[in-house]
Design a protein around this ligand. Structure first.
Ligand code: ADP
Ligand code: MG
Length: 560
């Protein structure tokens, strides 16, 4: 109402809550620290997992920062920014989601004493931005390229990156097994950007080791009618027909309205129906295809018809699977069976229907265009397989990143220590208070190795001292936490590698987020979004609004 009378002045409603100033910055920092504390213990190969169960009774066990943050249902407005950066890290590079949250929170934690002492956040922000840029630059300088290696070499290097990612996960015990599987899958799809060309199918039961990779497509046997049993279950070099039509008898009469005046004509309608379906089936057979897949139903009549002619068929194949079959076998999905020419038929070396655990699977392998791969995951509990899938997703993303950018940095906190050292050295050359801020930024980077130690039960102070000493000596740039002995080791030599882009993105996002949170000194809570009492009394607005306006004016002046 008030806004209608005086559109140029924004007055705040009764119940609007504003808090501002230094206390607000500090309280935001505290909220972010609290959020980071929940994911803190998941970092690294010895990190713990979190079991989250939601109000619908769903249970998720995860080690993935982004997944945990998403499920936590955070309501604090500033802390939500951390959820966003975890999510963007996940979609941008796929790994380093815990890292990014920890870094951002640590940058803020280091800034807190300064804010409390009355340092203006913008001095801090300026120094942080510079330090962040220098850090990213340094990572780029230190990154080692894996370009120009032979395929075999490249494969083993990529497998090492994948293994590093997997080592912190539930399936870490079998990391070599899964790492090579992931590398094969990623190399199979080549440069194609469609991630869904790698299918992951989950079949409960068996052990992790029973998981396997299909160089092609695999999907669960679809619902089938009688007659299916008589169809052959294995073909060599079959032609494959992909359809998007129903092959069912009943479907015909629903396509048109029929009026009869003479009951004797009814038989001719029935005959016509049979003729139409037989005509369709006949055309399928004539196309020369040995396998017929359809996104829609294939009825009992068709199933029996195909069985009699030694043809395999599957109806109600999901859109995704059908597209993958099309991509892999070089076929094209048809919406009509008229004029099926040879070019639209797909082919593969072997088609087989196989038993996997309790399920039957249709497996197409040795596909000509080779641009698909399917990982069939086995394991005990559902939650376990689901976490395995998420972990594999991380590894797949990492291998793809490494393949695209092909530079890696040593993990285990080595790169973080090296950048920290570099920034500290730089800080010494700065005159003025900015020196302290850059130093704090450098110190915050140490959170990664420190947390890796804490999570593994090592003496973090001791290990960090050793690391600082080693890095300061000038020849220990690759030294990081040795997760097996509790000492320090050359991460590069131990093949604890991470794609450089993970670190660059993490530092960038964490710096941005912390600067963003530092720059917020006022939160205004709109009562309407809190409760349904939107119709607040207009009379009380003036005082409230005045207060808020004063706050705004003050901030404007301070900022210049
Ligand atoms: P994020 O979600 O950030 O990827 P992770 O739980 O995957 O968190 O942990 C990643 C961290 O663990 C990285 O800093 C990586 O260098 C480190 N790391 C992974 N494997 C090892 C290892 N074998 N030894 C030491 N550090 C490792
Ligand atoms: Mg990881």
């Amino acid at each position: 109402m008030a806004s209608m009378m005086q559109p140029q002045i924004i007055l705040l409603k009764e119940g609007t809550d504003t808090s501002q100033g230094r206390a607000q910055v500090v309280s935001n920092i505290n909220a972010c620290t609290a959020v980071a504390d929940t994911v803190r213990t998941t970092l690294g190969p010895r990190g713990m997992d979190k079991l989250i169960h939601d109000d619908k009774g769903g249970v998720t066990i995860s080690n993935d920062g982004a997944t945990i943050m998403r499920l936590l249902d955070i309501v604090h407005p500033a802390a939500k920014i951390l959820v966003d950066i975890a999510r963007s890290q996940d979609s941008e590079v796929g790994d380093g989601t815990t890292t990014v949250v920890l870094l951002a929170a640590e940058f803020l934690k280091e800034a807190k004493p300064y804010v409390e002492d009355g340092v203006h956040p913008h001095s801090l922000i300026r120094s942080y931005r510079t330090a962040g840029n220098m850090a990213m630059q340094r990572v780029k300088e230190l990154a080692v390229s894996i370009e120009g290696k032979s395929l075999e070499e490249k494969k083993s290097l990529l497998a090492k990156c994948a293994a590093t990612t997997l080592s912190s996960k539930l399936i870490g015990g079998e990391k070599e097994f899964f790492a090579s599987m992931v590398v094969d899958a990623v190399l199979a799809i080549g440069n194609d950007d469609r991630l869904n060309l790698i299918g992951i199918k989950k079949v409960p039961g068996g052990t992790m080791r029973d998981s396997f990779l299909v160089n092609g497509v695999a999907f669960k046997k679809t619902f089938s009618y009688a007659g299916f049993e008589q169809q052959p279950k294995k073909f060599l070099n079959p032609k494959i027909l992909l359809l998007n039509i129903e092959l069912e008898l009943k479907s015909e009469k629903e396509n048109a309205e029929i009026r009869l005046s003479d009951p004797l004509q009814y038989q001719s309608i029935v005959d016509a129906e049979w003729n139409i379906i037989y005509d369709k089936l006949d055309k399928c057979v004539k196309s020369g295809a040995k396998i017929v897949l359809s996104r829609l139903a294939i009825g009992d009549l068709a199933t029996q018809y195909f069985a009699d002619r030694d043809i395999f068929c599957a109806g109600r194949v999901t859109e995704e699977d059908l597209q993958r079959v099309a991509a892999a076998t070089g076929g094209m999905v048809q919406t009509s069976v008229n004029n099926v020419i040879d070019e639209v038929l797909g082919s593969c070396e072997v088609f087989e229907e196989k038993q996997v655990g309790n399920e039957r699977f249709n497996i197409f392998s040795g596909c000509p265009s080779g641009q698909t791969a399917t990982i069939v995951l086995r394991g005990g509990a559902d939650q376990f397989i689901e976490e395995a899938e998420r972990s594999l997703h991380d590894a797949i993303m990492i291998v793809r990143r490494a393949l695209k950018n092909s530079t890696v940095v040593p993990g285990g906190g080595a790169i973080d220590m090296e950048i920290s050292k570099y920034l500290r050295q730089h800080a010494r050359t700065i005159a003025g208070k900015s020196q302290f801020f850059v130093n704090s930024f450098a110190k915050a980077l140490e959170v990664i190795p420190r947390q890796l130690c804490d999570n593994a039960g090592f003496d973090a102070t001791d290990v960090l001292n050793k690391l600082r000493q080693k890095h300061a000596s000038g020849e220990g740039a690759n030294y990081g936490v040795d997760i097996n002995t509790g000492g320090i080791a050359d991460s590069f030599a131990n093949f604890v590698w991470e794609p450089a882009v993970v670190k660059i993105n993490a530092i960038n996002a964490a710096t941005e987020a912390s600067c963003l949170i530092l720059s917020v000194d006022e939160t205004v809570k709109n009562p309407k979004s809190e409760s349904a009492q939107g119709e607040a009394a207009a009379g009380a607005m003036a005082g409230r609004g005045g207060g808020a306006m004063r706050g705004r004016g003050g901030r404007g002046m301070r900022r210049r």
